[in-house]
Design a protein around this ligand. Structure first.
Ligand code: GDP
Ligand code: MG
Length: 439
């Protein structure tokens, strides 16, 4: 995939003390191939390569970096640039009800993202209403109702015998009557773009005059996603893109082309099927992700959403002094339960994505109870200083918690792994600060 290829190419450069023009030429040829293979738009690639070459040969000097690292940094900067430089927020109507219209092909992730946005908005104190305008896909209305219920947000539906434009119109009245301040309209998609679909969407748009028309694009479809964006934009003049399924293999390609082709910002990325798996789109993070430098900032932000800030600070202090003990481990696990699957988080840390021991660490309810029981069966001294937990202590803890020595061993091993991860994480953070995110 794109990340692997770019990383390999850049690794070769990074190791070198001095770079010749030829080194850069060879590397840029490889980068170009990787980008084209990842379905990045040809024009984008050409501009990109030219800019990187020019800057690399122009000997931009930065004292803390070797020439190889500088090229990596330049590649990172230029990747960032082609994705657009700023984070984009959602636009709200300050005086009236805000309307968001979700559109895109069938299966792009509209209904899922509708629920995700609703959850976010609710957290921000809004009173969202979801509107079921997909009357074609079997069970689409039911799906939205299930999604709505799961995030505890009401859904307005009128069955599948009424036209979507009428449903939208009635939903506006309903929102006014019920005091909803943000209305998200989940529209129908098709397998392929057709005139009927486009006309229907245009009619809804004219009726509702949405504050945001968000196009859902499946990142897995690469260059096709870009074509879809072009067409939807032509008909609807979209206001932004939500890139979905970037948890899949093909992440990167589409993100790199969209800005250039439709000149509309990517506002969010969707990274999984669960309702909290949506993140603001940050070009710098996406560039880091593509270059496999670990999405440290993303992790920190995710953690902060779930953490009590004070607790986070305390933990950070502990990490710096490496005093991370089993009590911290337990509260860390509890926090992670709120953050979503651990695998996602590991994915984002370089060198840890493939960590099998931690991958097995599921943070589900039962596991959590068992972990709690085990840690609670330890003495205070053992919790604060786990190295003293020898064989006989393990036996006692197993008996006390109603588990087995094997389970206790497993937990201690996971604690060790977590400690290592934390150590790596905090040193990475320091390095990131010193070198402006690059190392
Ligand atoms: P719609 O037809 O555009 O409304 O698409 P849906 O919201 O029904 O999503 C289609 C499928 O893609 C469902 O199985 C979703 O669970 C799944 N899906 C949506 N977003 C993501 C994502 O970011 N990652 C992954 N892995 N699956 C997703
Ligand atoms: Mg749908």
């Amino acid at each position: 995939n794109l990340s692997d290829k770019l990383q390999n190419t850049l690794k070769k450069l990074r190791g070198k003390g001095k770079l010749t023009e030829k080194d850069i030429d060879v590397a840029m040829k490889e980068v170009k191939m990787s980008l084209l293979e990842a379905d990045v738009n040809y024009k984008v690639v050409k501009t990109f390569i030219n800019n990187v070459k020019e800057r690399s040969l122009g000997h931009e000097v930065m004292e803390s970096l070797t020439p190889g690292q500088q090229v990596v940094k330049i590649v990172h900067d230029e990747l960032m640039k082609i994705m657009g430089e700023a984070e984009s927020k959602l636009k709200f109507n300050p005086n009236d009800i805000t309307y968001f219209m979700m559109c895109g092909l069938q299966g792009a992730g509209k209904t899922t993202a509708t629920g995700k946005l609703a959850k976010k908005l609710k957290k921000d104190g809004k009173r969202p209403l979801l509107v079921a305008c997909d009357i074609y896909r079997p069970a689409a209305i039911k799906q939205l109702e299930v999604v709505g219920a799961s995030v505890d947000v009401p859904v307005f539906a009128m069955g599948d015998k009424v036209s979507p434009v009428t449903i939208a119109k009635e939903a506006m009245k309903h929102a006014l009557k019920h005091g909803n301040d943000v209305v998200i309209i989940d529209t129908a998609g098709r397998l392929h773009i057709d005139d009927d679909l486009m006309n229907e969407l245009v009619q809804i748009k004219e009726e509702v005059k949405p504050d945001e028309i968000l196009l859902l694009l499946d990142a897995m479809t690469g260059q096709d996603a870009v074509k879809v964006a072009e067409t939807f934009n032509k008909y609807l003049e979209i206001t932004g893109v939500i890139l979905t399924k970037i948890d899949g293999d093909a992440r990167g390609g589409a993100a790199l082309s969209i800005r250039n082709v439709v000149d509309k910002p990517i506002k969010f990325v969707s990274v999984g099927e669960k309702m909290d798996q949506i993140e603001p789109f940050y070009p710098d993070r996406m560039a880091s992700r593509i270059l496999g430098m670990g999405d440290v900032l993303s992790i920190i932000e995710k953690a902060q959403g779930a953490f009590d800030e004070k607790q986070a600070l305390e933990l950070q202090k502990k990490l710096k002094t490496q005093e991370f003990n089993l009590e911290d481990f337990l509260s860390q696990l509890q926090q992670m339960k709120n953050m979503g699957p651990l695998d996602d988080i590991l994915e984002m840390i370089p060198g840890l994505g493939g960590n099998k021991k931690l991958k097995g660490l599921k943070v589900d309810e039962n596991e959590m109870k068992r972990t709690e029981a085990i840690i609670q069966s330890m003495t205070k001294r053992e919790r604060l200083n786990p190295t003293i937990i020898n064989g006989s202590r393990r036996k006692r803890i197993a008996a006390g918690s109603g588990t087995s020595v094997q389970k206790v061993n497993q937990l201690l091993k996971q604690y060790d792994e977590m400690k290592k991860m934390m150590k790596k994480f905090s040193s990475m953070e320091k390095m990131g600060k010193k070198k402006g995110g690059m190392g």
